[in-house]
Design a protein around this ligand. Sequence first.
Ligand code: OGA
Ligand code: MN
Length: 281
Amino acid sequence: MALSVTVQPAPCGALVRGLDLSQPLSQEQIAELRAAWLAHQVLAFPDQAMTVTDLERFATTVGPFSPDPYFHSIPGHPHVAQVRREANETSALFADNWHSDWSFLASPPAATLLYGNVIPPVGGDTLFANQYAAWDALPEAMRTLLHDKQGVHSARLGYSRKGRYGERDAGRSMAIRYDDSAMSTQLQPVARRHPETGRTALFVSPGYTIAIDGMPDDESTALLAELFAHQGKPEFVYQHRWQQGMLVMWDNRCLVHAATGGYAGHQRLLHRITVGERLAA
Ligand code: OGA
Ligand code: MN
């Protein structure tokens, strides 16, 4: 069966059928998938029966494993984590604000892969906002102001001792580990050139961007508030509905994403791998 790509009626996203991801892929299939992924930013593969080992093998066709600094991995699989919430869980939702995964690292992951093991019958969608489109839609004066600015990124709001998943976090089933290293900062370009497509994407987020480097605090805070309001506008957003057995891979270099709730009383469980930049062939 030939690989088929169905583009979502949305600013990003496509469904891919005609591949069995429990089997190794050919170089041609890998190249075709990469082209589709770069074109649509989020690829969803429904009806895949994948073991953790299959997920790892597929990930290595996308790029090298990337570190997950604040998650415990699952036993025997040092690069695989669980995104998990129990039916009766009352902890704050995980990741329900716009972010690009681990953008506070010097080399953030290019891709994140999530595989749906247990998907609630309602709610738990993931939102994706196309940040090429967000950049392109900024007024020219704003693009000029931002083009050489650097964002200050940090994991502190989430993963420091005082953060959302820090010492006060209680009753969470997901294996998150806070750490004082989350206080450190990393600069990233606000206008990020995608290394594979060459297109510019807006690369800030309320999850991890705490300031614009070299700007007075009040100006920086006001500018970031404006960018945060802009980047998640409905015209940039694809709302992804999960199914059990669905694999999703997204591009952190040109998207922000956010979890949603709405599934109280139901379990949600996904396996997750982050993948770094592909080394030059
Ligand atoms: C993640 C994430 C969103 C979700 O795993 O990095 O942001 O909907 N997940 O679970
Ligand atoms: Mn995330």
